[in-house]
Design a protein around this ligand. Structure first.
Ligand SMILES: Nc1ncnc2c1ncn2[C@@H]1O[C@H](COP(=O)(O)OP(=O)(O)O)[C@@H](O)[C@H]1O
Ligand SMILES: [Mg+2]
Length: 109
């Protein structure tokens, strides 16, 4: 349904060692929305994104993509996600358009 969130963070926490890196982040993003994370270096943007796409475990809380948990239902949750975290490397033998098509295709199809 169009007014169901496409991405939800529910009380997400990340603890590394004894240090709380991400403390209780919750948000809802709806289809068609564009969202940016702003913050100084070291504030936790990359850590948050890595948890959203399942590259980093979540200490507490959950991430839901189209209602599916990235922790408990990874393949379904990630099946509509294309992600480049940190450095957008391009394949030089592909055109710009084909690079975009490659990164936009579902992870599992
Ligand atoms: N693997 C790790 N081990 C220990 N601390 C980490 C690790 N990854 C990130 N951090 C720490 O977590 C904090 C958030 O980092 P990060 O998410 O990379 O911030 P940003 O992307 O906003 O610059 C920083 O203080 C960083 O030093
Ligand atoms: Mg970063």
């Amino acid at each position: 349904m169009a007014n169901e969130p496409i991405l939800q963070l529910k009380n997400v926490k990340k603890k590394i060692g004894s240090r709380m890196i991400i403390n209780n982040v919750s948000l809802d993003i709806y289809p068609g929305e564009i969202m940016g994370l702003l913050g100084p270096n070291g504030s936790g943007k990359t850590t948050t994104i890595r948890m959203i796409v399942g590259l980093l475990s979540i200490t507490e809380g959950d991430v839901l993509i189209k209602g599916k948990s990235i922790t408990h239902d990874f393949e379904e949750a990630i099946s509509n996600v294309g992600g480049i975290v940190e450095n957008p490397e391009m394949y030089k033998y592909l055109s710009g358009y084909k690079n975009l098509v490659h990164y936009a295709r579902p992870t599992f199809s």
